[in-house]
Design a protein. Sequence first.
Length: 56
Amino acid sequence: MSWLNVGFHHITRDEGRQPMPVHWQGFAIAPRDVTAMNPLTPRDLTWQNGHGEWRS
């Protein structure tokens, strides 16, 4: 499953100026919980993505 959030923000300015400035925003695709689900990850690193017990 992937989530995509795309939008833009219009910066309010004096209406007499052309063109109206627009600030665009983007998105990033990043893996989540990869080290916890990867069978090649060493057991002592599985806690880093929220799975397993916390080590202090």
